[in-house]
Design a protein around this ligand. Structure first.
Ligand SMILES: Cc1ncc(COP(=O)(O)O)c(C=O)c1O
Length: 377
């Protein structure tokens, strides 16, 4: 038998896993703590967890685990469609987490030699999804204050097959200015460029309804808007996300996806979660209040600087604190707190961290731990 390595396709052989926050299992091994003892500020999800109604629905769905789940998540697609106006379930594709849809989108549309454009820094799985197809991503650096700049982006977009955009962006916590986004979408349409617009964090933004591009999918048949049950709905471990797009594009993805990609517990929980508007209201209120508190407290930490966040996480430049993100991460972990060292993001150096907005008591612990960690620097 030949070495297995010699049999692997080149694009797979060269893949490297994309680093992420929420590495609580690795952090537990390093710190000697149990995973549940670690306070995780590295993943930006609902600090209250999922709605009780969603958990009850998942429990009830246990009675159905002996059967295959609905392969195309029809009920969930129906419920999502009725949650928004102007779309039907035929505009929707559901994925095993929204990450599955990034890979599916790249796999379905990237042909040999096609280029896919994305910002630097942004969420790392867009790059991995493109590399897995055997094609190379093209990066455009964000401008001052880590904003997408329309002219630079459009210049680089010329000749590309697709672009990935994240609004608000991870890790910068910044919205793409409205006019910039419209300008890019219109140019992309005129140039036959597909747009994958990740709105996974938009539900944490006050003017979500005014800013979402879901209402514009009829105008932009080249657009897919991504949403997730991981973030504000807190169904992180169940893995459910969805794309809203033109019927033509949705039907391509529905055919290309693997069968039974979303399990029965996840489908049932998501159906209940999206209908529990009260849980979302309480979550938004908490995040709004705690963002104000954290902005003041983090702003008072010597050496930290940041822009006001648009999403539910802070992106902090720690250069003036005279410590690298990696060292600060270890000092925080010694106190049972996990933060995101952002140095793995394309376009960032070793002096950026990201922290989520959590409950008040947890945020107090974060600030106290930062102060202790930096005292010894
Ligand atoms: C911007 C962004 N999109 C998508 C994802 C992945 O979401 P999901 O859990 O739905 O796969 C993440 C995870 O961190 C993210 O930051």
């Amino acid at each position: 038998m030949k070495p297995i390595e010699s049999l692997v396709r080149d694009n797979i052989k060269n893949l490297k896993p994309c680093p992420h926050g929420a590495e609580v299992y690795g952090a537990a091994t390093e710190s000697g703590l149990k995973p549940q003892e670690i306070l995780d500020f590295s993943s930006s999800v609902n600090p209250l967890g999922p709605s009780k109604k969603a958990l009850d629905a998942a429990k009830e769905a246990f009675s159905t685990v002996a059967a295959y789940p609905d392969s195309n998540s029809n009920l969930l697609r129906q419920v999502i469609a009725s949650h928004f106006s102007g779309i039907t379930k035929d505009n929707i594709v559901v994925g095993n987490g929204s990450t599955e849809l990034m890979y599916l989108f790249a796999e379905a549309f990237l042909k040999k030699g096609d280029k896919a454009l994305m910002a630097a820094p942004t969420f790392g799985e867009y790059e991995s999804a493109v590399r897995k197809t055997g094609e190379a991503p093209k990066f455009v650096r964000l401008g001052s204050s880590f904003q997408v700049e329309a002219e630079a982006f459009k210049r680089e977009m010329a000749g590309c097959k697709m672009v990935f955009l994240c609004n608000p962006n991870n890790p910068t916590s910044k919205l793409i200015p409205k006019d910039t986004l419209t300008d890019i979408l219109e140019t992309a349409l005129a140039q036959d460029v597909l747009v994958f617009l990740d709105e996974d964090f938009l539900e944490f933004v006050d003017d979500e309804k005014g800013l979402t591009q879901i209402k514009n999918i009829a105008k932009f048949p080249n657009l897919l808007v991504l949403r997730s049950f991981t973030k504000i709905f807190g169904l992180t471990g169940l893995r459910v996300g969805y794309g809203i797009t033109s019927k033509e594009l949705a039907s391509v993805l529905l055919c290309a996806k693997i069968p039974w990609n979303v399990n029965c517990l996840a489908q049932a929980a998501a159906v209940a979660a999206i209908q529990d508007q009260e849980h979302l209201r309480v979550t938004r209120e908490l995040i709004r209040k705690e963002k104000v508190w954290l902005q003041q407290e983090l702003g008072a930490v010597k050496g930290f600087s940041f822009e006001p966040p648009d999403a539910n996480f802070f992106f902090i430049d720690i250069k003036d604190a005279n410590i690298t993100a990696n060292n600060l991460k270890h000092k925080m972990l010694q106190q049972g707190i996990l933060i995101r060292d952002c140095s793995s993001f394309v376009g960032l150096n070793e002096f950026y961290i990201r922290v989520a907005v959590k409950t008040h008591d947890e945020n107090v612990r974060l600030i106290e731990a930062f102060k202790r960690a930096l005292k010894s620097v």
